[in-house]
Design a protein around this ligand. Structure first.
Ligand code: C2E
Ligand code: CA
Ligand code: CA
Length: 554
């Protein structure tokens, strides 16, 4: 890779005053540039024709052809000199000439007496810009030019000779255009070189489908498809250095989709699917290698659909909430209910919150849903209070929303609906509380100040150790279903659950067992001092009217 060096560049200085000409030439030479000198525009012309300067510094006021006329002549040419960077010198206060010069296509102007620091800075900056423009053009030209590897027709012909099960990879360059301006053309061609090297070493046969899309084929794959993956993984990200400031670096990244030929699809159709998937992968951030038939591509597809569908979902009434009771382990009497969101999308079908909540959370869209769920919770609570039924309800709050605004946000919604926030519980995950325990404790206190209690959801699945609990004033621990499922069998789960219940008691916290499905689990938990039970054995999550009917039945 070439690094910027003044020695590469030749600067032509045109100035009729010999002293100024000499000073400028010396200054440039001192900075390492190669310099040509001319005492007039007429004398400069042959030099321009044969010497092809990389930049011209030219006085405007000269006897004979002046700087402006020379510039116009240059810009009218059809060769590379039409674009040569042109910096002109003008007398102090000669605003008219400065404007004319810029209008005629000069890149910059300097006022006499010349400030040499400014002169050098200007020269360097224009040379860099020109070199970058040139690199980008060269780059684009080289990539559009005759393929360095065989193309589509050769590929189809080649695949016709390959057995079913041949491993293929579509390789798509993610960020070509944005990097082409900053990096050397030879770097942008790095992908090509790497793919060709793989091909030369006999690992694969390479075809270029488009300037930035390749197909690698590994003959007699079957057991080799994993090996194609290993070979291609280094291509996902290639580090580059900036040619002008070598300390700076960036990455060329690729979206790579692996596939295998099958007996019921033509190679052309398979490759179309792979290219479509590579485009999808690129849209979702790129810089990854995935298998066409693996779960990740369909997850990406669904994630994209979820994001675009959510916006209308709330307005179209596609979201609703279910309620699942939590009961006293000893008496079986209802204590509260958990509100769980549901999404029935006409396009995507029934979506589990376990699927769409994380997608919305990573896209920053979760607050739309949470605000809506909080409002439904407030309205449900009002109805329950009116009917004289237990009205305590819990909502789930994502880690990204467990922040200092949360207490006020809840208060606002409850105030607007006329509901009582002190009947609310929030369920948060261990990550919410442990990423920044000090901040989390402040939020918990602010919630407590409003009478809102806090439960730690899915306890035992995260990274927290029991000792972390000492430092936070959580009200309730929800023992994760994975422990509850096996709690009636003698085994490590019993020890873990006993440990959790013991610590919670010591710290003055309540325990809820989630996912109780069997009578044996219910009995064991009641016997071992778990406070509250939730699960299918009591009730599945149900719509509000069913929940109310269930409560009425107790
Ligand atoms: P979670 O908070 O742990 O909720 C309990 C999940 O376990 C619910 O799944 C519930 O239907 C299910 N469940 C309850 N009892 C049983 C049982 O006895 N057996 C089995 N196998 N499952 C049981 P769901 O409704 O699919 O929710 C999944 C997760 O989605 C929730 O896990 C929660 O993390 C999240 N979620 C649901 N609604 C919301 C919401 O409104 N906001 C946020 N941020 N997350 C939500
Ligand atoms: Ca929960
Ligand atoms: Ca849970």
């Amino acid at each position: 890779m070439s690094v910027y060096s003044p020695q590469q560049f030749k600067v032509l200085c045109i100035e009729d005053e010999p002293e100024i000409l000499r000073d400028i030439a010396d200054e440039l030479a001192d900075h390492g540039f190669r310099v040509d000198q001319a005492a007039s525009a007429e004398l400069a012309l042959p030099c321009i024709d044969k010497g092809a300067p990389d930049l011209i510094i030219c006085d405007m006021q000269m006897p004979g052809m002046n700087g402006l006329q020379l510039l116009e002549k240059l810009r009218a040419r059809t060769d590379a000199m039409a674009h040569v960077p042109f910096v002109f010198l003008t007398a102090f206060g000669d605003r008219e000439t400065a404007i004319h010069g810029r209008k005629a296509g000069a890149d910059d102007y300097l006022v006499k007496p010349v400030d040499f620091d400014l002169l050098i800075a200007s020269v360097e900056s224009h040379l860099r810009n020109a070199a970058q423009r040139e690199a980008a053009t060269r780059n684009a030209a080289s990539l559009e030019a005759a393929p360095l590897v065989p193309g589509y027709d050769e590929m189809i012909a080649f695949l016709a000779t390959q057995p079913v099960g041949t491993a293929l990879a579509v390789i798509k360059l993610d960020n070509q255009s944005e990097l082409a301006h900053r990096f050397d053309a030879s770097d942008a061609k790095r992908t090509n070189r790497l793919i060709l090297r793989l091909a030369r070493q006999g690992h694969c046969q390479a075809f270029r489908l488009q300037p930035h899309v390749w197909l690698a084929v590994m003959p007699d794959a079957g057991q080799n498809s994993g090996s194609l993956q290993t070979k291609l993984e280094p291509l996902v990200q290639i580090r580059l250095r900036d040619r002008f400031s070598p300390a700076a670096s960036a990455c060329i990244t690729h979206s790579i989709v692996l596939g295998q030929t099958g007996s019921d699809e033509t190679p052309a159709a398979l490759i179309d699917r792979m290219r479509e998937s590579a485009r999808l992968l690129q849209r979702e951030g790129g810089a990854r290698l995935l298998c066409l038939e693996g779960p990740e591509l369909s997850e990406l597809r669904l994630a994209g659909a979820i994001r675009s569908e959510l916006v209308g979902a709330i307005d179209q009434g596609e979201l609703h909430v279910h309620f699942q009771p939590k009961v006293d382990a000893g008496t079986g009497l209802p204590r509260s209910g958990e509100v769980l969101v549901r999404w029935e999308s006409p396009l995507l079908g029934h979506l589990s919150p376990a699927m769409f909540i994380p997608v919305l959370e990573s896209a920053g869209l979760l607050p739309h849903v949470t605000d809506w769920v909080l409002k439904q919770t407030a309205l449900a609570q009002i109805a329950l209070v009116r009917d004289g039924m237990p009205a305590r309800l819990a909502v789930n709050i994502g880690a990204s929303e467990f922040n200092a605004n949360l207490p006020e946000r809840i208060a606002c919604i409850f105030r607007e609906c006329g509901a009582d926030e002190s009947l609310l519980e929030v369920e948060v995950t261990e990550t919410s509380v442990l990423t920044d325990p000090v901040a989390a404790q402040a939020i918990i206190q602010a919630l407590h100040a409003r009478g809102i209690t806090v439960a730690l959801d899915d306890f035992g699945t995260g990274y927290s150790s029991l000792s972390h609990l000492q430092n936070c004033t959580i009200d309730t621990i929800k023992i994760d279903r994975s422990f509850v499922t096996r709690v009636a069998e003698a085994g490590p789960e019993q020890t873990i659950v006993l440990g959790i219940i013991g610590i919670a008691r010591t710290l003055g916290m309540e325990t809820v067992a989630e996912g109780v499905e069997l009578e044996s689990q219910r009995q064991w938990l009641a016997l071992n001092a778990c406070d509250t039970l939730q699960g299918y054995i009591i009730s599945r999550p149900v719509r509000f009217d069913e929940y109310r009917a269930w409560l009425r039945g107790r």
